[in-house]
Design a binder for this molecule. Structure first.
Ligand SMILES: [Zn+2]
Length: 131
């Protein structure tokens, strides 16, 4: 069972940005700019939500979890599935998860939530000095 810490919700920023898009103050091409890497991550590691895309209204808005942290080593900065997150949370002392919603149709993407996972205690065993 995951127990996220330091949860930050970006719903207000998201709503403000979407209001700007609808009012024409921000161009759609500025917010619908998901790159190939993010789109692929959404397809392979994303979880499909019940929500339609806030921009193009199509179903199938995906949420992708990106992990960051020193303790993750090479895995830092990669997209991870829910199962991966549970595994990492049981092994790594501390890492940050950024949940990004992505529409694979119009390429809308926005940070939804960030939080910290991990065992909360130092990794057992001796620290190796590099590799
Ligand atoms: Zn869309």
């Amino acid at each position: 069972m995951l127990s996220p810490r330091q949860v930050v919700d970006y719903a207000l920023q998201r709503r403000a940005l979407l209001a700007d898009v609808r009012a024409g103050r921000v161009g759609q091409e500025e917010v619908c700019d998901a790159g190939a890497y993010l789109l692929r991550a959404a397809r392979f590691h994303g979880t499909t939500t019940a929500n339609p895309c806030p921009v193009c209204r199509r179903d199938g808005l995906a949420q992708v979890s990106w992990v960051f942290g020193e303790g993750l080593r090479h895995a830092s900065g990669s997209a991870r599935s829910a199962a991966d997150l549970e595994q990492l949370a049981a092994q790594v002392p501390e890492f940050t998860v950024h949940v990004v919603e992505v529409c694979t149709e119009c390429r809308w993407n926005h940070l939804v939530r960030s939080y910290v996972l991990g065992t909360g205690r130092p990794r057992r065993g001796r620290r190796s000095a590099g590799g």
